[in-house]
Ligand binder design. Structure first.
Ligand code: CP
Length: 318
């Protein structure tokens, strides 16, 4: 595993939350909170990363993560390059590492990478020059660390604590990098009642999600929880297996107002998006008073600003 921290303990890469010390996670959340503004107010801006360049290298589709990394970098004064992979020399067969070496030669300081193949962010981190940082923007089903951070920040804003909370992660946990990073973050931050809830075929292997209680009934899994985190069915990761029928899935596993009533009355509802309305969640719930789904999106920019400031901050301000 590539070391994410520099010898002085500061963050250099962000590849996974699994091995990140609790103090480092808390530091990123504290920094992110400083960048949060209510909708309608101007977002904070600085020149702290002026003179530095951030490259977005996404080989899987993205709306929220790509746009918010771009906005985060620009709001800190960095230059941003968005490599259109389908228009790049990757389609002529150029390897990921040769693409990275090219960007590095063009004075890129941070590479933000989303890839469908497990291990790509770590491979790149192992090969970049010492001044370059690699940030995972979603790695296969394995890890989505900035999503884990923004989910933790959203929970903290509403609940003002992690200890004593009950959190249910519901749906296609097996294929979900969001679920894995939420588990890593919340476990590190002291959530002890962590539940994974879903049909047997969509729950992860028995040796994964250590410390989480498993529920194959949504009614039992939601009983008394403070946080309901719904997941999208990751159709693109099913391979040969059958993708569940949306209508049937909703009947058994969809989050309806009736099912949400089994959670605590002040429970919050989360979803990383993109959402399949009427499949994993009813629109009444997604747009209802307990939903914090749009807060998650807003917090995504703040978290990505915090991460960029953390990994590049010492070099900025040219
Ligand atoms: N939550 C999330 O990763 O969304 P995007 O795929 O749109 O980036």
């Amino acid at each position: 595993m590539t070391e994410q921290l520099r010898p002085d303990g500061s963050l250099r890469h962000l590849l996974t939350l699994e091995t990140l010390p609790r103090a480092q996670i808390e530091r990123l959340l504290d920094r992110a909170q400083v960048f949060v503004r209510p909708l309608g107010e101007r977002p904070p801006r600085s020149r702290s990363l002026a003179g530095l360049t951030v490259a977005n290298l996404f080989t899987e589709p993205s709306t929220r993560t790509r746009v918010s990394f771009e906005l985060a970098a620009k709001r800190l004064g960095a230059e941003v390059v968005n490599l259109e992979v389908q228009l790049s020399s990757r389609v002529k067969g150029e390897s990921m590492l040769d693409t990275v070496y090219t960007l590095q030669a063009l004075h890129v300081d941070a590479l933000v990478i989303r890839d469908a193949e497990a291990g790509v962010p770590e491979l790149v981190a192992a090969h970049v020059a010492p001044h370059v940082s690699v940030l995972s923007a979603g790695e296969a089903h394995v890890s989505h660390p900035t999503q884990g951070l923004l989910d933790a920040l959203t929970i903290y804003q509403r609940k003002q604590r992690f200890a004593g909370l009950a959190v249910a992660i519901v749906g296609d946990v097996r294929h979900s990098r969001v679920a894995r990073s939420a588990w890593h973050a919340l476990r590190a931050l002291g959530v002890t009642d962590l539940r994974i809830v879903g049909p047997a075929a969509l729950l992860p292997a028995a040796d994964e999600f250590e410390g989480c209680a498993r529920f194959k009934s949504i009614a039992r899994g939601l009983e008394g929880v403070d946080v309901v985190m719904m997941l999208r069915i990751q159709k693109e990761r099913f391979g040969e297996a059958d993708v569940p029928d949306g209508e049937k899935y909703f009947t058994t596993w969809g989050l309806t107002p009736e099912r949400l009533a089994l959670a605590r009355p002040d429970a919050i509802v989360m979803h990383p998006q993109p959402m399949n309305r009427g499949v994993e969640i009813a629109s009444q719930v997604a747009d209802g008073p307990q939903s914090v789904i749009r807060d998650q999106v807003r917090n995504g920019v703040a978290v990505r600003m915090a991460v960029l400031a953390e990994v590049l901050g010492a070099r900025g301000g040219a």
